[in-house]
Design a protein around this ligand. Sequence first.
Ligand SMILES: CCCCCCCCCC(=O)SCCNC(=O)CCNC(=O)[C@H](O)C(C)(C)COP(=O)(O)OP(=O)(O)OC[C@H]1O[C@@H](n2cnc3c(N)ncnc32)[C@H](O)[C@@H]1OP(=O)(O)O
Length: 222
Amino acid sequence: MTIAFIHEEIPTEQVEQREKVLSSLTDAVRDLVDATIRSTVADDELDAVRAEVEALAARLRAAQLPGPAGVRYNSEGRSWNWGNAVVGRGNAVAPPVDITHDEFGSAYAELTLGAAYEGPPGMVHGGVSALLLDQIMGETASGFKRLTMTGTLTLRYRRPLPLGPVRLEAQIDRESGRKITVEARIGVPGEDAAVEATGLFLIPSWAPLDESAASWSRSAEG
Ligand SMILES: CCCCCCCCCC(=O)SCCNC(=O)CCNC(=O)[C@H](O)C(C)(C)COP(=O)(O)OP(=O)(O)OC[C@H]1O[C@@H](n2cnc3c(N)ncnc32)[C@H](O)[C@@H]1OP(=O)(O)O
């Protein structure tokens, strides 16, 4: 199975302008998702809104990619992955997360998880915690300078995590050849972790050990 990054020669300025406009639409669609879950309006109003939403979807489909958005890059080293399930700027299904990386193989993020991410009543779905942890750990393992893939992810759910503000942290624990072990956690900010994770991330045997100069290297920042 080939993992392909798409070279598309769009000037960085144009990519950033598009990303800004797209992000605003994504935020509005996320709000629509939340509003849909929580709405108590009458059935006929729900039906009227459905018709308007279908009309909006048809407008967006007037010009479409043939498949998923993929990861694209230009020759200036700017890349963008607007469909990514966790950090895609065009993906309203993705939690509203911005991951910050420092120079020492560690990263953190703070975000608010609303009604769209519920599992047990009032609590964050365990799969959503895993999704967020996988992304922050994968980015930390990669450091945007090499391709890494999740090999094994081990999670310990220590206590339920309420919907609302959450904080994620990850750091590289150790490295050996193509294997990078990352530790991470998610919880209410300032409290003990609700979920602790250990991940073994692998640089695939078909990929170079270090791709610092490769143009896909900032893909998850797009
Ligand atoms: C770029 C910016 C940052 C991006 C962040 C992204 C975050 C999101 C990350 C993901 O979600 S990635 C998607 C989920 N993961 C996958 O789809 C991975 C699917 N599996 C594979 O593609 C391959 O199995 C894999 C690349 C993981 C390993 O294939 P290799 O051909 O490189 O490994 P190989 O079979 O040669 O084994 C090499 C070593 O790794 C070990 N190994 C292989 N697969 C493993 C595994 N899954 N878990 C633990 N260890 C594993 C294997 O035992 C062996 O150990 P030893 O060297 O000690 O003998």
